[in-house]
Ligand binder design. Sequence first.
Ligand code: MTE
Length: 330
Amino acid sequence: MHFLRDKGFDHAHRCEITPRATYERRRELLKLLGCGVAGAAMASWAARDAHAQTARPGKLAALSGARSAVSGGATMEKPSAYVDATGYNNFYEFGTDKGDPAQNAHTLKTRPWTVAIEGEVKKPKVYDIDELLKLAPMEERIYRLRCVEGWSMVIPWVGYSLAELIRKVEPTGSAKYVEFVTLADPKTMPFVGSGVLDWPYAEGLRLDEAMHPLTLLAFGMYGEVLPNQNGAPVRAVVPWKYGFKSGKSIVKIRFTAKQPTTSWVKSAAQEYGFYSNVNPEVDHPRWSQATERRIGEDGIFAKKRPTLMFNGYGPQVASLYAGMDLKKNF
Ligand code: MTE
């Protein structure tokens, strides 16, 4: 936050600033060039693009998952290209520009790695990542990810419901919330220590949200282990909430009686709420949440697509918020 203010920005999320526009323009230009050269070239381009979206990229160790039977677990929308999902990221520990994580996150060491389960549980435990990987069968979940900044992607994650882990550690009767604490290592993460956020990056959910079968503990994407810039070796994915609720590179999961404060609420409580459910009717003070641009598909000249209530997962999750004023509890 302070870092951005120091640089003359008056907001935390660097949404509509040049990097995205530049990136989109480049892709748009490439597409237009393809068009101009020849129809055939364009067709082969499109074929290659479609292939890139489904084939295993072959860059990292394979990690496959069975097709998920969870309701809402596989959107029919086309997955985003791997190059977009791994090249256009928010991971502020590695820099605030969209291309920074891909460039800088090679320094992240993902082994050895442990995840400590603490707080209001009957069976606290420090899990080695390789034990956590085997805790439940892997599933493929194809989720829309909607960022509060007004863009979205469709990502085929590999992981299992966080509920599998929660059941194993047995929350006590006092556990009402779950806090996710992520790695903050100034030696390997160049932006930890900058004033951009209060480190470590921390997020939280209500226990029933954390137990919802759609809430994913993700270890992979596109049939391979997570690339560092996407939150290796383990991250949360909560598809009906804005992307920032999905903490990357988790080292601690803490069960609490009181609602935990989160990094974004600490940075600007008037802008970021604890719930942060995707809601086209509740705008962020500076950005409309009514529409979004799909990265890699909707060029800068395309009409934006409407954002769906709960990011389209209303049938599965709306009941969690029955009777709540979602304007107050944003
Ligand atoms: N987790 C950590 N540790 N640090 C971050 O800066 N950014 C969040 C979230 N998780 C972030 C994080 C935000 S703002 C978004 S939109 C998503 O990660 C982006 O995930 P992706 O880069 O895999 O699309």
